[in-house]
Design a protein around this ligand. Structure first.
Ligand code: ATP
Length: 253
């Protein structure tokens, strides 16, 4: 199967900090990849490189077969990105914001309006369309973020902590939506929550200090979580996996 995301030999340095150290990532359509790791592991740096916001120090990225460095504009059309936090433009109404994004992505009024109707239905935004973004609850702000990511119907979705700050019902809804979207798209999402990986992901990768520590199915990952670990707390899992991979006698950093 042809991959939609192909990243090879990614490195990123910030001065003396070597944040990402030789990462390879290949994601086919139909895969929801959960990207996990402790604070400072390099998750956001990797996602920012995949979305073209940050250039790798070394390595190459190809999205839906398009090289991101050589052809950035076409490569950027292949994905929708949900960054951390709320969408920008807090003063805009939801409908105006989505129309603005549609225009920015080159859709004419008719095509834009058709796509807006479709995503609004998909992420259940109908009741707040005329409200200003800053007046929305956290859950609705997240949904507006998802709506803009889906507007041009991209084959790839890159979602930075998509359910962060949502209440249990909202989390459940957004996870269900991601599962549906993931049947035909390639999705890369970052999370700190083990339960989220089990609920939506078909594959999990753990990175630590910029390197891949674990790559497998969510059930493999769960099997390696120590007994009694709180489902929400990944720290124990990271420590346990790190310990297994640490050569004898070396300190666990
Ligand atoms: P978290 O879960 O806390 O968001 P993360 O896994 O997303 O962490 P990154 O934000 O990718 O981690 O950071 C990886 C390393 O790179 C950290 O040591 C961080 O301090 C460093 N770093 C990230 N961005 C920059 C920057 N712009 N300048 C300097 N150092 C940076």
């Amino acid at each position: 199967m042809t991959n939609l995301v192909d990243a090879v030999g990614l490195h990123r340095r910030f001065g003396a900090i070597h944040a990402v150290r030789g990462l390879d990532l290949h994601v086919p359509p139909g895969q929801v990849l959960g990207f996990l790791g402790p604070n400072g592991a390099g998750k956001s740096t990797t996602m920012r490189m995949l979305t073209g916001y940050l250039a790798p120090t070394e390595g190459s990225i190809s999205l839906a077969g398009i090289d991101l460095a050589r052809n950035p504009l076409d490569a950027r059309r292949t994905f929708g990105y949900l960054p951390e936090g709320a969408p920008c433009y807090p003063d805009m109404r939801v409908d105006d914001f989505l129309a603005f994004i549609a225009r920015a992505r080159g859709m004419d009024a008719r095509a834009g309006s058709g796509r807006i109707t479709s995503v609004v239905e998909r992420v259940h935004l109908g009741d707040v369309l005329h409200q200003r973004i800053e007046t929305l609850s956290k859950g609705f702000k997240r949904r507006v973020g998802l709506a803009q990511a889906l507007l041009h119907d991209p084959p790839i979705l890159i979602l930075d902590e998509p359910t962060d700050g949502l209440d249990p019902n909202q989390k459940h809804e957004v996870r269900e939506l991601i599962r549906q979207l993931g049947t035909e798209r390639a999705i890369v999402l970052s999370t700190h929550i083990l339960e989220e990986v089990e609920a939506v992901c078909t594959r999990a990768i753990i990175i630590r200090q910029g390197k891949i520590l674990f790559d497998g199915t969510p059930s493999d990952l769960e099997a390696r979580a120590p007994a009694g670990v709180t489902k929400n707390k990944m720290d124990h899992v990271f420590r346990s996996i790190t310990r297994e991979q640490q050569p004898r006698g070396e300190p666990i950093g």
